[in-house]
Ligand binder design. Structure first.
Ligand code: BJW
Ligand code: ZN
Length: 246
């Protein structure tokens, strides 16, 4: 059995590190994950009715209201020791790239320099028609389940949409290419708090392993990535990650 101290040694000796994070790293800050039983967003909401381009076309007020509720929730929470440990890894290893599937800004607030947001961000809304970036508005007492008409574009009057990547949409080519390239070159890929069910993000640890990188996984639950990881650390991000950088 490999314990956290062995994993910490492997990480400390790595020159090139990729940290891939998912919703689980923000769970202990109070941000709900998607697929956890009982607390996951997809337990209470229909992904097809909220996280697809078709959903926004069909009911923009429902979708915009839901994303504004989530953005405003995130503005009220703080990064946790897991995000802080990721920033510490970044400060220590000669070359570290943080790749996140999360649409929150908790890595940035914990001190990570320029995380790659594979699935976009709640803080980069844009026009659904002409793609022009739009301003983020102040949050006032957001309520869960409130419908809210999206603002209109100053250029073409099209509806403003969240800057996230929905099912069926392509990820930013630049973001994905950089993440995959870094995975091919890394000594260690640390995957944290992702179910490994959403593609193409779930391929990134496999690419790292295929090119000779050591994959370390941190997750309280088993995932399809268990077989890819050389080291599986079963525990929460806010407890295991600080122990990895001790
Ligand atoms: C803890 C913890 C604690 C809890 N500490 N851990 C190949 C095969 C099959 C399907 C496909 C395929 N390729 C593409 C697809 C389709 C689709 C897909 O993957 N579907 C699968 C679900 C089957 N992919 C796409 O559509 C992607 N686009 C695409 O492929 O485009 C192709 C294309 C090319 C050219 C032109 C056009 C198209 C896009 C995917 C976008 C995903 N978007 C979402 C929503 C973003 C906006 C929003 O936030 O609402 O991204 S879905 C949702 O899932 C979100 C997440 O980033 C993503 C991943 O979830 P994550 O982070 O893993 O969270 P959970 O909840 O699943 O897991 C949490 C984990 O944390 C669990 O394991 C817990 O145990 C753990 N945990 N507490 C540590 N304290
Ligand atoms: Zn526009």
């Amino acid at each position: 059995m490999v314990d956290v101290r062995d994993a910490a040694k492997v990480l400390a000796e790595a020159r090139r590190v990729v940290v891939l994070t998912g919703a689980g790293i923000s769970a202990e800050s109070g941000v709900p994950t998607f697929r956890d039983s009982l607390t996951g967003l997809w337990e209470r909401y229909d992904a097809q009715a909220l996280a697809t381009p078709q959903a926004f076309d069909d009911d923009p007020d429902l979708v915009w209201g839901w994303y504004e509720w989530r953005r405003c929730l995130i503005e009220r929470v703080r990064p946790n020791p897991g995000h802080e440990a990721v920033a510490a890894i970044e400060a220590r290893a000669p070359h570290t790239v943080v790749v996140t599937q999360n649409v929150d800004d908790l890595h940035e607030r914990a001190g990570s320099a320029a995380p790659i947001h594979l699935h976009g961000s709640l803080f980069t809304p844009r026009c659904a028609t002409c793609s022009r970036p739009a301003a983020v508005t102040a949050c006032d007492e957001p309520e869960e389940g409130r419908r809210l008409a999206p603002p209109r574009c100053g250029q073409c009057a099209g509806p403003i949409r969240p800057g996230v990547v929905w099912f069926g949409e392509a990820l930013s080519e630049e973001a994905l290419e950089t993440a995959v390239q870094e995975a091919t070159e890394c000594d260690v890929l640390l995957t944290v708090g992702t179910s490994g069910l959403v593609y193409p993000a779930a391929e990134i640890p496999r690419v790292a392993a295929m090119f000779g990188g050591t994959v370390i996984q941190v997750n309280p639950q088993p995932t399809p990535l268990d077989a890819t990881a050389a080291i599986n650390l079963h525990g929460s991000a806010a407890t295991v990650l600080p122990a990895l950088v001790k």
